[in-house]
Design a protein around this ligand. Structure first.
Ligand code: ADP
Ligand code: MG
Length: 250
């Protein structure tokens, strides 16, 4: 059995009275693209926070590449090969695109030569010297991805990377993530409300509702699942239907 997996085992996360996650298990194996979907407040960001050490699980384990990383700090989890982006973009607002990505490389002991190819890969070479926060949201999200990749992660966690993107930007993002998987060989765990993107991109999809797993499997299986349809009818519409352009749930 390969140990090149990121695994969450029976994770419970409580915030005072709120149960954000209630016994969720999820594995991402080397080279896989796994999607995480669910209505707002279902625990998706909390799950990424636990997988990257930002939050400590109340119960359950985080295991990265065979190492029990439960309770480790974000910096230590990153050293095990976990890179991430944030739902609320977190770029250094007085720094250029290039320097934001450089920070990601230096923080993980990577060479600065690492940065230029990543800017090219994310289609950011032309804006490398711009102050990052002056870019469109779509571009800023790609800067965040480049910064996460600059640390050469084995597992890349993306929290709503297509938020604020139009259809053609989201199509380009799909191609970019596929290329990243091919070229860097890293696994991807992606949260997004753009179901048109998710159904085409992901090998497997994991569906949360109110902190619990209600379905997991191939995109075709998930799309046809009555529980999934019901969960979505209560919020963002059935997952078989692409969301309207610009329709952005937070
Ligand atoms: P999603 O990303 O699926 O929209 P979240 O993981 O952000 O959901 O939130 C899941 C639940 O946990 C929500 O009810 C949210 O209000 C709650 N929650 C998340 N973070 C905190 C926190 N730091 N303190 C208190 N409650 C939180
Ligand atoms: Mg979220």
């Amino acid at each position: 059995m390969t140990t090149a997996t990121l695994a969450l085992r029976d994770v419970v996360k409580r915030f005072q009275g709120v149960v954000a996650l209630d016994g969720v298990s999820l594995e991402v194996a080397e080279g896989e693209i796994v999607g995480l979907i669910g209505p707002n407040g279902s625990g998706k960001t909390t799950l990424l926070n636990i997988a990257s050490g930002v939050n400590r699980p109340t119960e359950g384990r985080l295991v990265v590449g065979g190492v029990d990383a439960t309770g480790r700090r974000p910096n230590q989890v990153a050293k095990l090969g976990v890179g991430r982006t944030f739902q609320q973009i977190r770029l250094f607002d007085d720094m250029t695109v290039h320097d934001n990505v450089l920070v990601g490389a230096v923080a993980r002991g990577e060479d600065r030569d690492h940065v230029a190819p990543l800017l090219a890969r994310l289609n950011l070479a032309a804006v490398a010297d711009r102050v990052a926060v002056t870019l469109s949201y779509g571009d800023q999200r790609r800067v965040e991805i480049a910064r996460a990749l600059a640390g050469s992660p084995r597992f890349l966690l993306l929290d709503e990377p297509a938020a604020g993107m139009n259809e053609s930007e989201s199509d380009a993002l799909l191609a970019t993530i596929q290329a990243i998987r091919e070229e860097q060989g890293c696994a991807v765990l992606i949260v997004d409300h753009d179901l048109r993107l998710m159904m085409r991109l992901c090998d497997r999809i994991h569906v949360l509702a109110e902190g619990r797993t209600i379905c997991e499997g191939t995109p075709d299986k998930v799309r046809a699942d009555p529980l999934v349809i019901e969960a979505y009818l209560g919020s963002a519409g059935a997952p078989a239907e692409p969301e309207p352009a610009g329709g952005q749930a937070s």
